[in-house]
Structure formats: C-alpha cells, structure tokens
Design a protein around this ligand. Structure first.
Ligand SMILES: [Zn+2]
Length: 187
C-alpha cells in the first residue's frame, strides 16, 4: 500500500459524516476508483470539493448535494449514471469499485430497497472469524473496512477489500486521523 497518500487523508475536512472517512480511506488507498459522498450541507460539500481539487482528483457536486470524487476524468459520466431513470445499480456499483458478486445481489434486491434490506436482513447476519472484517454495520459509525453491502456474511471479495483496508490502517495507525479505526488493530 505504498500508494497511500497520508497527507491527502490527513488533510480531508474534519467535520464530515463519519462514514465519509471509510469512503475516503478506500479511495485514497486505491481500493475504490471513485466515491459519492452525501448527507452534507453546502459548506461541507464545498470544502470536500476543494480538498479533492487540491489533491488533483476530479470532483463535482451534483444538484442533490452529493460530492463525487474520482481518480479518472469521468465525473460527468458518474453523475449521469447516478441520476439515470434506468436501472443503474450494476453500472454505478462498478464505477464505485464494488465487487461483482455484491453488485449482483444488490441489483436483485433493488436499489430502492437497500436501506430496509440492510436493517432487516444484513444487520442480523453473524460474521464469523475473519469475516468480522466485512461487517458493514460499522460503516455509519465510521470504522467499517468496506463501504458496500457484502453479498453474504462470507463474501471473499469483500474480505479481500477489508484486508487491504486493514493493512493501510496498520501502516498508519500512529496518525490521529486513524483513531476511529483502532478497534481493528488486534486483528
Ligand atoms: Zn460479494
């Protein structure tokens, strides 16, 4: 994970929703090619946009206040897909770097049902042994190691992502911006 830009992570705005730091960590670690960060007021959205531009990422705020950040010059495409009236779960999932198996599952559930599915099904799953690393329940508390809903409590592709994230955390654990993630250091 020599690619990890600690300066970029450390200087990201400090008042974002906690889940945003999971997305940013995965993005800066090259685990995700692009991110979509929401639940921001205008000021924080604009600060995040300025941060992205400052670090030479591509970025744009859409009409709904979502901040898109990408390493590729595909921001307009990302926004167009996200706002499309056609079913775009698979294509958007791919652009945001989710594993194929997990995208497929979400597309079967239907994008509009994701929240109910997460609360009523996924949160009841038990994640055994190493698979504790892929528990998405910790996302909103800001310290999950993946930023998508895994297709099952034993999804190997998700585990691979979680292990990469964990290795970045371990390599940078002394920095205070990683304190949210310290629960994982014993793994
Ligand atoms: Zn999966």
């Amino acid at each position: 994970m020599e690619n990890f830009n600690l300066e970029a992570f450390a200087s990201s705005p400090s008042d974002l929703p906690k889940s945003a730091y999971v997305d940013l960590l995965l993005f800066i670690s090259d685990i995700k090619p692009a991110v979509r960060i929401g639940v921001l007021d205008d000021v924080r959205a604009f600060k995040l946009y300025l941060w992205a531009i400052d670090f030479k990422y591509f970025s744009k705020i859409d009409n709904d206040g979502f901040v898109f950040i990408s390493k590729l010059n595909n921001i307009e495409h990302l926004i167009q897909i996200d706002q499309s009236n056609q079913d775009h779960t698979e294509e958007l999932g791919k652009l945001l770097g989710y594993p194929h198996c997990c995208i497929k599952k979400i597309s079967e559930i239907g994008e509009s049902n994701i929240d109910l599915y997460e609360e009523n099904v996924v949160y009841n799953w038990s994640f055994e042994n190493d698979f504790q690393l892929i528990n998405p329940k910790l996302y909103y508390q800001g310290y999950s190691l993946i930023s998508h809903i895994p297709c099952s409590p034993t999804c190997k592709k998700s585990l691979l992502i979680a292990r990469k994230t964990l290795s970045v955390i371990k390599n940078n654990q002394s920095h205070y911006r990683f304190s949210n993630f310290k629960k994982w250091l014993s793994h």
